[in-house]
Design a binder for this molecule. Structure first.
Ligand SMILES: Cc1cc2nc3c(=O)[nH]c(=O)nc-3n(C[C@H](O)[C@H](O)[C@H](O)COP(=O)(O)OP(=O)(O)OC[C@H]3O[C@@H](n4cnc5c(N)ncnc54)[C@H](O)[C@@H]3O)c2cc1C
Length: 338
């Protein structure tokens, strides 16, 4: 049995200080719905857990003014049922409600969802409880060991943003919706506060897939802000998976559009389940903007999103499926215009 220190932080400043004192061997814990899993699998082995689940203010949900602001430890379930989110930003509510299960959403936080690690079969399987090395090579788990997914069971793997070292899919639904909505993330770290666009949080795997986030050790996510926009009303998060609930995406699309009559005047499109990070598709947006909406145009936009995709042995279906998911999402969003 390994010793584990456990600190309940009373404030964000205290959490950051405790992390610094642990010399890199710490992890923040919020809802614990994924970190405890990874600890049981031996993939995460922190010597110090810093519980942030009781920090006052980090659970706030603010919907007045020009921004939506969610404290990082607001629960997924609470954000999804917030009236403004539910009624004016279906893209956000649906991305939360189509993730995990109600029991998990009652525990899991919107911040933890952004920072969860991949569900890649080879990353998670075979690690065992005694060793993080595991049965299968995985460059994300054990840098330099190789990637068993490449040439292996790759049906669930990414087709966009992959490298010769890693094809693991970014798992979260909520980060895809936030990417389409140009969310910003606020952090408190040892060097103070900073705010970054969500697209800057996630790294492409390249030849360092074990480095997943552009964060310095000990940075605590404090809040998520989203600029309010009329496009929220004509938006959706559309997710296709192996079963209708309680499963990660095979392909998903978060879309928000604005239209003048039949013409699409602006669009935001992000993809999930198909890429190594939440994937904004400006190529798809370019196809749509300024054009009269039609099913044919929507499918062309979807196909443009996958023009640079690279499939393996068993996941080529994601190119066709992903394009159709984008097209269907656009049809749902367009159908919501007043
Ligand atoms: C069976 C199952 C099915 C699931 N299905 C889906 C799904 O379909 N779609 C989906 O999107 N997700 C799914 N999930 C994942 C689930 O949504 C996440 O486990 C959850 O959102 C994580 O939130 P948490 O608060 O429990 O995070 P924790 O487990 O507490 O933490 C997760 C990670 O984030 C870090 N962290 C947490 N908060 C902060 C912070 N404020 N600052 C810095 N670091 C922080 C932790 O150190 C840890 O590394 C599923 C999970 C399970 C177990």
């Amino acid at each position: 049995m390994r010793a584990l220190n456990y600190t309940i932080a009373e404030s964000a400043d205290a959490a950051v200080s405790s992390f610094a004192e642990a010399n890199g061997a710490a992890r923040y814990i919020a809802g614990g719905t994924t970190l405890y899993d990874l600890m049981k699998l031996g993939i995460e082995q922190p010597a110090h857990l810093i519980d942030i689940s009781r920090i006052g203010g980090l659970d706030s949900i603010e919907t007045g003014g020009d921004l939506l602001r969610f404290g990082s430890r607001a629960l997924m379930a609470d954000v999804a049922r917030t009236p403004v989110v539910r009624d004016e930003y279906p893209i956000l509510a649906e991305s939360l409600l189509k993730a995990a299960s109600q029991q998990l959403r009652n525990m899991a936080t919107v911040g933890g969802n952004l920072l969860q690690r991949t569900r890649c079969l080879y990353f998670r399987n075979g690690a065992g409880s005694a060793s993080a090395v595991g049965v299968y090579p995985c460059n994300k788990r054990e840098p330099g060991s190789g990637c068993a997914a490449i040439g292996g069971l790759d049906r669930a793997q990414a087709v966009l943003g992959t490298s010769d070292s890693c094809t693991a899919v970014a798992p979260g639904d909520w980060p895809v919706a936030l990417t389409a909505m140009d969310a910003k993330l606020e952090f408190l770290g040892p060097d103070g506060k900073r705010s970054i666009p969500i697209v800057e949080l996630y790294r492409l795997p390249g030849d360092t897939p074990h480095l997943e986030f552009n964060l310095t050790p000990g940075e605590l996510l404090t809040s998520i802000t989203i600029p309010k926009t009329a496009a929220g009303l004509t938006s959706t998060y559309h997710k296709v998976r192996d079963r209708e609930s309680y499963a990660f995406a095979l392909a998903s699309a978060a879309v928000a559009i604005e239209m003048d009559g039949e013409t699409v005047t602006s669009s935001r499109i992000a993809l999930g389940g198909v890429a190594t990070r939440p994937w904004r598709s400006e190529a798809a947006e370019r196809v749509l903007n300024g054009q009269p909406f039609s099913a044919e145009l929507a499918l062309r936009a979807g196909q443009a999103a996958f023009a640079d995709a690279r499939s393996g042995q068993h996941n080529a279906f994601k190119l066709e499926l992903g394009a159709r998911v984008v097209a269907d999402a656009l049809a749902i969003a367009a159908g919501r215009r007043a």
